[in-house]
Ligand binder design. Structure first.
Ligand code: DGI
Ligand code: FE
Ligand code: FE
Length: 188
């Protein structure tokens, strides 16, 4: 399957609005990869696929995660988190992507993880700051992204966790571990 076929396949999985978001993440991930010295082609590929399962019925998302046989703990937490590991499995099984860094950038794009790779950080941050995003503080994240990937990502996770706390939501432990890891590394 070539790039154009992949793009058409992904586009068919989601409403137009989410496809526009995906285009924004692709463009932003390429730009961040160029800026921070990562592989733009890998960044784009992970971005294309990152929300592949987002609009699938949640039961299908859960089945896909179970089928993968990994990341099973995420099923004990918010359904909003399931589309990321589900998409990593589809990327591997359906689209035969075998680059672990690309697969992990998809898998951890929502929660992050401890010791994120450069590519993982880029895809995660691109998801926060793509041009279509409009949440309080997004312009500050865009500004931080010009000078520090880690500072921008930390501000992104702090914002996400703050919103979850305000809504009295359960925070996925990995999201917190990611945030703590970024703080520790920035302090070191
Ligand atoms: O898929 P997107 O909307 O582009 O963005 P995303 O994959 O980063 O996030 C999807 C949703 O997941 C978002 O509404 C916030 C939510 N989320 C992220 N971390 C956590 C979380 N929800 C809970 N309950 N716990 C988390 O730790
Ligand atoms: Fe997502
Ligand atoms: Fe996204």
């Amino acid at each position: 399957m070539d790039r154009e076929q992949l793009i058409e396949n992904v586009r068919a999985q989601m409403p137009e609005k989410r496809w526009t978001h995906t285009l924004g993440v692709m463009e932003t991930a390429i730009r961040l990869a160029e800026q921070y010295g990562s592989d733009p082609a890998k960044a784009e590929l992970a971005a294309i696929l990152h929300d592949y399962c987002k609009y699938w019925p949640v039961q299908k998302q859960a089945e896909t995660v179970r089928e993968s046989g990994r990341d099973l703990d995420v099923l004990n937490y918010d359904k909003q988190l399931w589309h990321a590991p589900a998409a990593a499995w589809i990327a591997e099984q359906t689209f035969h992507i075998n680059d672990e860094d690309v697969l992990n950038a998809i898998r951890y794009h929502t929660s992050g993880r401890v010791n994120m790779s450069l590519l993982e950080k880029i895809v995660c941050l691109a998801d926060y700051i793509e041009p279509g995003r409009d949440f309080p503080g997004v312009d500050r994240l865009r500004k931080l992204a010009e000078t520090s990937l880690d500072e921008a990502l930390l501000a992104g996770f702090d914002g996400t966790i703050t919103v979850l706390l305000e809504k009295r939501k359960i925070v996925y432990p990995l999201t917190l571990l990611t945030r703590n890891d970024l703080v520790a590394k920035l302090e070191a």
